[in-house]
Design a binder for this molecule. Sequence first.
Ligand code: PMP
Length: 440
Amino acid sequence: DNAYYLDRQAKFESNARSYPRRLPIAIRRAEGIYVEDTDGRRYIDCLAGAGALALGHRHPVALAAVRDILADGTPWQTLDLTTPVKDRFVEELFATLPQEFTDHARIQFCGPSGADAVEAALKLVKTATGRRSILAFHGAYHGMTHGALGLTGELGPKLALSGLMADVHFLPFPQAYRCPFGLGGSGGWQASATYIEYLLDDSNSGIAPPAAVILEPVQGEGGVIPAPDPWLREIRRLTRERGIPLILDEVQTGIGRTGRMYAFEHADILPDVLVLSKAIGGGLPLSAVVYHEVLDRWQPGAHAGTFRGNQLAMATGVATLRYVQEQRLDRHAADMGQRLQGHLRHIQADFPILGDVRGRGLMIGVEVVDITAPDRTGAPPPCRELARRIQTECLRLGLILELGGRQGGVVRFLPPLIVTAVEVDQIAEIFRDAVQATAH
Ligand code: PMP
């Protein structure tokens, strides 16, 4: 049962455990948006492999792709050698992107994690520009490898390490809850853009021209913070005019999650470098960087790695990309996201401990706050403790949610894109009950 497996894991994984501390269940089976634990209890999965499972668990089209590969003699791993499966994957992936971008695009397949694709993007822009520094954002999350961690805003995981990539400058991300620079309001993006323009143009800023600006169009781990569209357009203009590559990390936002195929479409901009992982492999490990050909100045093999040719992941990826497009799951995510946000706003109106509801498509966050301790501005601060209690209560009631945000006070909703209206209503109902039980 659950206790048996959790106990064993605690013995052999020691401090490597992270999710199981807050989600103490052992999962035996999964189907669609549901997982079942070893005690036979069923949960709605609003974590969905941290957003990797666009079609949920074991979707028929993904299963069929796996069965075909097992039956037709396709090898599983091929380094970066040429295969028909890889050719189909590139064709299918490029079909999801604006032609204006793919007409001049190259692709670099990376190892099995988003972080590895971030590393590739960094090496690409540094080689292409001959510059060292990178501009990243407060609250950013780009992964746990050495270079990617250097770009991560949160200090916690970095404090024990010295010598992470030094030349990273962190800039204020607009619209963050209780942003101390007054960038939280709807007009706050202008101040952020003005500051960035100053950094780039005034030698008094002390910052040399960077090799790139990297950002998440919707910060995920940082607490589900959507970048305002006019701000994104302004960053795009500033970087383009100065010949600075713009790297968009769409590891979490890509493939329909935010209600458009890619989050950059909301702002009607194009990246120079696009970092992709999670959903592109249909639930199996895969990542890639798609970039403008003018940046293609690195040597062949500059980002080699053994597992760049995962044919199974490419096949499930092809099936998933095709299904998302055919079924217009991007639009569906927009509709379902609107429905869920609507429910959550109603719940928020009844419970002052819910300080903010925000998001895009099926990437939604609820800021949980401590109303007993307003800060100097009068706004209640995020409250990790309360968020944890809500999470625990949700789990007891059959709903898996994860936390994020600067103080861990954001409850994040990342259901598979196939979630139905009825299921969205159930998710909101369970959440309401959990908040009710926590608030009293
Ligand atoms: N970038 C973003 C925006 C992410 O959300 C994540 C993972 N949550 C990563 C990069 C890192 O991906 P991985 O965990 O596969 O290394």
